[in-house]
Write a protein that binds this ligand. Structure first.
Ligand code: LMR
Length: 335
């Protein structure tokens, strides 16, 4: 009653502006990893900065560990959301975007990047704008790229994954929802199974799958190493993220708020790279120290074998990714 009376008084006095200025926008940041993983830390830092700098204007709530949505559901929710006041923000891994932009599958090509410097060359180049453009017509706005790291392979059994295809034969591997990953596991002789991140630990523990590929921080924070016998340091591919938000929400924000959020995201992206680099080293050490899974390095001959097994994948996906885009990426990386 009181609020109604105040609003009527405001209207009568022509004071509509102060009422609309009191609008607080809410951003629900949904992600699937632990709060201690690089993405979790970056999400919390983003929330802390926004909640301090834009207090009363924007409030960020972070939902880790697939509490709110898993990655496939969050994209759907984002696309369907038309709210101008509550926005859904997420940072799914680049391997989960095929429905929104098939160009982004380039990030999944095994052995495309030698290391994180190569990855940064690409994500800091104008080529990524081409790669995210197809999303614009699908209600999703791409904001920035966040790091995780290079992936390694883990497996349960009596020997590590070294020889291709022999050590992959007869084994089932959990993969993200990526067709390139599916083709990669087949090329190496194994059987792929797409599963949401939330189900991986149980699937490994119960023997639904024998192995998986992921970064050190995801393996350590979700305890995958506790239910695996070996980890092969393959660094065969990259796992990173694209921060996305519903376009209706983003485009409807007042320009000054959008600019503030963009500036904060830029700062957090820089910090996030540091979180990822730290975790990549520290979580590997922690996995080795824990003593559950034994960590093995591949010899250069084995690495060559893994590369050779995957050599035809790029061609297989070239028309979906874009022949010209792939050429430009190779030119940029000098490989
Ligand atoms: C996975 O599904 O393995 C990863 O995409 C999880 C993540 O967000 O790092």
């Amino acid at each position: 009653m009181k609020r109604l009376a105040l609003i009527s008084l405001g209207l009568a006095l022509g004071l509509t502006a102060p009422i609309s200025q009191a609008q607080e926008y809410v951003i629900k940041f949904s992600h699937v990893v632990a709060a201690t993983a690089p993405k979790g830390r970056a999400a919390d830092l983003f929330a802390a900065k926004v909640n301090e700098k834009l207090k009363g204007k924007v409030r960020v709530e972070v939902y880790p560990n697939s509490q709110l949505y898993n990655d496939d559901k969050v994209m759907e929710a984002m696309r369907l959301s038309s709210s101008k006041t509550t926005g859904i923000l997420a940072a799914p891994s680049l391997s989960k975007f095929v429905k929104l932009s098939s160009n982004l599958q380039a990030f999944d090509i095994p052995f495309l990047f030698d290391n994180m410097d190569d990855v940064h060359k690409l994500v800091d180049s104008p080529l990524v704008e081409k790669m995210t453009k197809p999303m614009e017509s699908k209600g999703v706005k791409a904001l920035t790229f966040w790091d995780n790291g290079m992936k390694v392979f883990s497996v349960k059994g009596d020997k590590p994954l070294r020889a291709v295809p022999d050590d992959f034969k007869g084994k089932k591997f959990r993969i993200q929802s990526s067709d390139v990953h599916e083709a990669m596991i087949r090329a190496m002789g194994g059987t792929p199974q797409k599963l949401p991140f939330k189900e991986v630990y149980t699937a490994l523990g119960q023997g639904v799958v024998d192995g998986q590929e992921n970064t050190w921080s995801n393996i350590y924070s979700k305890k995958f190493h506790e239910v695996q016998d070996y980890i092969s340091v393959s660094n065969h591919g990259y796992l990173g993220y694209l921060l996305v938000v519903s376009s209706d929400f983003w485009n409807g924000l007042p320009e000054d708020i959008r600019n503030e959020l963009t500036a904060i995201l830029k700062e957090v992206t820089v910090e996030g790279r540091k979180f990822a680099a730290e975790a990549d080293h520290e979580d590997r050490v922690a996995v080795e120290k824990a003593g559950f899974a034994k960590v093995v390095e591949l010899t250069s001959a084995e690495r060559k074998q893994w590369k050779a097994a995957n050599a035809s994948l790029e061609k297989q996906f070239a028309s979906e990714i874009g022949e010209d885009l792939l050429k430009d990426i190779h030119k940029l990386l000098g490989n």
